[in-house]
Structures are given as structure tokens and as C-alpha cells.
Design a protein around this ligand. Structure first.
Ligand code: AMP
Length: 273
């Protein structure tokens, strides 16, 4: 595996490469969710690149940029053991020279849900991905359904600006207890981890209701909120795949999304129906 920190080195490594490239963008502190994306990228492509970069432009001033979990040496070992070909770990200065341009995400998708609480977050996500996609020119990119809104917004950018890239959505990986794996789970103590399971239970509740023929999103959301009690909820939403709120669940075109605070930690989880 090549561990690369500079853009020039990366360009060099890719200059005469005649192989299909699968690319997995991450912010590090790698876990089995990330591993599943890497595994798929390895299976479907001849060459696998992972970026490991805590992207400052997607954090709001009051968020956890400084404290975001980082574990460089473990991440290197993980990528080596997964058979990654290039691990790109640039510094912020490398990715953000002064007087830099910024990409603005489509407001119809980026100002609701995560974007309502985290204004500008998706502009930062697209800005850094735009750089990575241009540098790497991957054939396929791998995104987790865990970050549903991110996946849909990146899909829009790819459809309009990176027509040669295929986005591969990857299923949410959960712990044995059902908790969706997340780098931010490391903030939780044992008691909070148990509380966090309510997010998954609320999604299971929604799934059960739908299986029993309940399609009213008002009813489903009420029952989900009851399961989540007494957690501080940011949102419980049911939308179509364009992120518009819907009154009735439609099979194959519905997203059920939760954001909630466990102590100071903000967690998200969702279910694709
Ligand atoms: P992050 O490092 O949190 O920015 O995540 C990098 C990629 O891994 C994103 O596409 C995430 O959606 C994906 N990811 C994070 N957690 C999970 C998970 N539990 N299951 C599947 N994919 C995940």
C-alpha cells in the first residue's frame, strides 16, 4: 500500500495507471462500516483508493472539528489489512490553499434535515469531494446509506458534473446490538450506548408498522417519537428520495430519518424503505 500525503505524489501515483479505480472517501477513525465500503470497492475495481481526511469545511464553528476522533496509525493498519492500494492522508493546508473556490450544494436538498441544523455542511462536503473526484478520476465511488442526505446530494453532483463516475450506495453496518456504526460512537459511555439503541428501535418500530399496513407517516412518526422518549430529538422525518416530506409511505421510494442527541453527541440513523 502507498501512503500518500501530497497532491503531487497522488498525481504521480495515478499518472500512468490503466486500471479501474474504486474510491472510498472517509474522515478516518475507520470501523466496520468503512471496511464494508472498502471491501466492495476492492471487489468491483482493479485499484482501490481511500482518502482519510477530517474535512474542516464541513464542520460548523461550534462543532467537534478539534475533538473529532482521529486514529492515524490504526487507520493505516486497517487499510493495509483491507488490501487498499493508495491511502491518501492529506493535511488541511494541502487540500485548502488560500483564496480557494467553494462549491454550493443545491439548496432544495441541502438546507433541510441535516442542513437545517448544520447550515453550510453540505457545501463543505461537496467542496472537498469535488477536489477528490477531480484528482482521482475514479470509476466508482462508495458511499454509506448511513449518511442518506449526503449520498443523495453527492449523487446530484455526480449526475451533473462527474458523469463518468458511478456512485455505489452501501448498506448500513450495525453492531450486534443494532447501533449503526459511527466514528462518533466513541464519544458515548456505556449508559449512553444503551440509550442510543433507541434510534434503531424507533426505526424497527416504523418498519413493523409499515409491514402491518400502516402507511400514514403522521402515525408512524408519533410512534417513533414515543420509542425515542426521553431522548432530545433533532428531527424524525419521513421523505421521498428527493427528501420531500410525504404523508404516505411508498415502497421503494421512502426514507425514514432520525437525528437525536445522546448527551452531547448528535447521532443520525435511517431506514430506506
Ligand atoms: P465518515 O468517515 O463518517 O465520513 O464516513 C465515510 C463513509 O462511510 C460515508 O460514505 C459514510 O456514509 C460511510 N459510513 C459511515 N458509517 C457507516 C456505517 N455504519 N455503515 C455503512 N457506511 C457507513
Amino acid at each position: 500500500m502507498q501512503l500518500i500525503r501530497s497532491i503531487d505524489e497522488l498525481k504521480n501515483a495515478l499518472s500512468n495507471l490503466d486500471k479501474t479505480i474504486g474510491y472510498v472517501p472517509t474522515m478516518g477513525a475507520l470501523h466496520d462500516g468503512h471496511r464494508s465500503l472498502i471491501k466492495k470497492a476492492k471487489e468491483q475495481n482493479e485499484f482501490c483508493i481511500v482518502s482519510d481526511f477530517v474535512n474542516p469545511s464541513q464542520f460548523l464553528p461550534n462543532e467537534d472539528l478539534e475533538n473529532y476522533p482521529r486514529n492515524e496509525s490504526e487507520d493505516i493498519k486497517t487499510c493495509e489489512s483491507c488490501g487498499v492500494d493508495v491511502l491518501f492522508m492529506p493535511s488541511s493546508d494541502e487540500m485548502y490553499p488560500s483564496n480557494d473556490v467553494k462549491i454550493i450544494a443545491p439548496t432544495s436538498l441541502s438546507t433541510k434535515l441535516e442542513g437545517a441544523t448544520r447550515p453550510g455542511h453540505f457545501d463543505g462536503v461537496l467542496t472537498v469531494l469535488n477536489k477528490f473526484f477531480n484528482l482521482i478520476s475514479p470509476n466508482r465511488v462508495y458511499f454509506g446509506k448511513k449518511d442518506a442526505q449526503q449520498l443523495l446530494i453527492v449523487q446530484k453532483m455526480i449526475k451533473t458534473t462527474f458523469k463518468n463516475i458511478e456512485l455505489i450506495p452501501c448498506d448500513i453496518v450495525r453492531g450486534a446490538d443494532g447501533l449503526a456504526l459511527s466514528s462518533r460512537n466513541s464519544y458515548l459511555d456505556e449508559e449512553e450506548k444503551l440509550e442510543a439503541l433507541k434510534l434503531y428501535r424507533a426505526l424497527l418500530k416504523a418498519n413493523e408498522l409499515i409491514k402491518n399496513g400502516e402507511f400514514s407517516t403522521k402515525v408512524i412518526k408519533e410512534q417513533m417519537r414515543a420509542v425515542l422518549e426521553p431522548i432530545k430529538i433533532d428531527y424524525v422525518e419521513i421523505t421521498d428520495r428527493e427528501l420531500n416530506s410525504v404523508e404516505k409511505v411508498t415502497m421503494e421510494n421512502t426514507l425514514i430519518l432520525i437525528a437525536a442527541y445522546i448527551g452531547k453527541t448528535r447521532l443520525i440513523d435511517n431506514l430506506w424503505i
